[in-house]
Design a protein around this ligand. Structure first.
Ligand code: C2O
Ligand code: CU
Length: 446
């Protein structure tokens, strides 16, 4: 089995509980709802996975597979998930991207205690927004998520705007293989994932990057569009052709395309941004991965200009109640005497990063400034934010709504969100190693 995480790997407060009593937010949604309930059971358990190439991987899984089962519900459903822990250490489930009530956010030591071996815990939340989401353990986030405790959550819209004949989802996951080698798998294979789709059918392909590093993907064989980012529809998306899509850790892209008359459509990945690899890959329809793969084009997907402008309650605002700046960086060692690399927010390591105190109803603007040479995918729990600017320039395409923003080295973004979900929420880098080594902060209001 993978090595057990040690307490030293996680910020103390996450591991042991925050000082003082955790705030309890009354879960009105859960207690007074008449929404139809969808029940699921996720059992955290060890399993040996046979990824096609390479040695078997000893994994921690939900229900024996990694990714765990894809949970599929309809917008407006009450999602009820019982977590049973058959592992030998604490586990929780965080519903990444879903605006859950704070008590169901699954952050060990903050919104609940970790579910101990042999124990169980039930999460209840309303699936308010349609889209592609995911779940993962949030106790020892890095080791547990990398080790296999993750899966997808798909919320189908109550009234769909477009029709898809085929709806498929895939996860890109970096496994720690033998000799500390990273093995990229798509779903459960380092080889080819096959999906049936016939000529003329409309396909939605949901892609999740559950790794801690960015991946680059593209589709070959048909023009495609990015229909949604982090589960939120792009307004009037344009057609793309073999355009490389950088997908940051924890992000989701919903791709849509129509199957061509003949041949297959293939999703390929690139590790080095120069060359696509023949495996792992996804093949939709009849065929195989093309023998000769194109070079990664220089026309990268650019969310700054993608789609068409549309009215948006936040992008048009000129006044914000709170303006908060955060710098992202890394250093060797910190003032607590840690020797190795630490990852900082405003020059500090969690828990010294402190709390951002808000009031319910405030419109909050944040300036995120990556001053380092590394990519930092920054995730805010419990809220969806709107991207306002990139390197000082306002976005000119569709309003972009995300829960995780993938910030390239020395780039900056302004994002904004409405404080409409009281509680104590994490803001952290989703390179979970960076989160382990300091890159976390809290946002709080009641
Ligand atoms: Cu997907 Cu705090 O995490
Ligand atoms: Cu980071």
């Amino acid at each position: 089995a993978p090595e057990l995480p040690t307490g030293a790997e996680v910020p103390q407060a996450l591991n042991m509980g925050m000082p003082g009593a955790p705030i309890s937010v009354t879960d009105l949604q859960a207690t007074h709802s008449t929404a139809p309930e969808k029940h699921f059971t996720l059992t955290a358990e060890a399993a040996s996975l046979a990824l096609d190439h390479g040695a078997p991987v000893q994994a921690w899984t939900f229900n024996g597979s990694a990714p765990g089962p894809t949970l599929r519900v309809r917008q407006g459903d009450m999602v009820v998930v019982t977590l049973i822990n058959h592992l030998s250490f604490g586990v929780t489930i965080h519903w990444h991207g879903v605006s859950v009530p704070n008590a169901d956010d699954g952050v060990a030591g903050v919104t609940q205690n970790a579910v101990k071996p042999g124990q169980s815990y039930t999460y209840r939340f309303l699936a308010k927004d349609a889209g592609t989401y995911w779940y993962h353990s949030h106790q020892f986030s890095y080791t547990e998520t990398t080790g296999g405790l993750y899966g997808m959550l798909i919320v189908d819209p109550a009234s769909p705007q477009v029709h898809d004949d085929v709806d498929s989802s895939v996860t890109l996951h970096d496994w720690n293989g033998a000799n500390n080698q990273t093995l990229l798998a798509i779903n459960t294979t380092t080889g080819t994932v096959k999906t049936n789709a016939r000529a003329g059918q409309w396909v939605r392909l949901r892609v999740l990057n559950s790794s801690s590093d960015q991946h680059t993907v593209t589709l070959l064989g048909a023009p495609f569009m990015v229909a949604a980012l982090d589960g939120h529809d792009v307004n009037a998306p344009q057609w793309l052709n073999q355009t490389p899509l950088p997908i940051g850790a924890a992000q989701r892209y919903d791709l849509r395309f129509q199957m061509p008359r003949t041949g297959a459509v293939t999703l390929v990945t690139s590790a080095n941004n120069r060359q696509y690899q023949s495996a792992p890959a996804v093949v939709l329809g009849q065929g195989t991965v093309p023998g000769k793969l194109p070079a990664v084009s220089t026309h990268w997907f650019n969310l700054d200009t993608y789609g068409q402008p549309a009215p948006d309650p936040i992008t048009t605002k000129s006044h914000f109640d709170v303006n908060y700046g955060i710098t992202l960086n890394n250093h060797m060692g910190d003032s607590l005497g840690r020797m190795g690399m630490v990852y900082t927010l405003n020059g500090k390591v969690f828990p010294q990063t402190g709390m951002i105190m808000l009031k319910e109803g405030q419109l909050v603007k944040m300036h995120l400034d990556n001053q380092s040479d590394l990519i930092h995918p920054i995730h805010l729990h419990g809220h969806v934010f709107t991207v306002l600017t990139h390197n000082g320039h306002a976005l000119t395409g569709s309003p972009i709504h995300l829960d995780t923003i993938n910030i390239q080295p020395h780039d900056s973004y302004d994002i904004a969100f409405l404080a409409n979900n009281p509680g104590i929420w994490m803001l952290h880098c989703h390179n979970l190693l960076h989160a382990n080594w300091g890159m976390d902060m809290m946002v709080m209001y009641d």
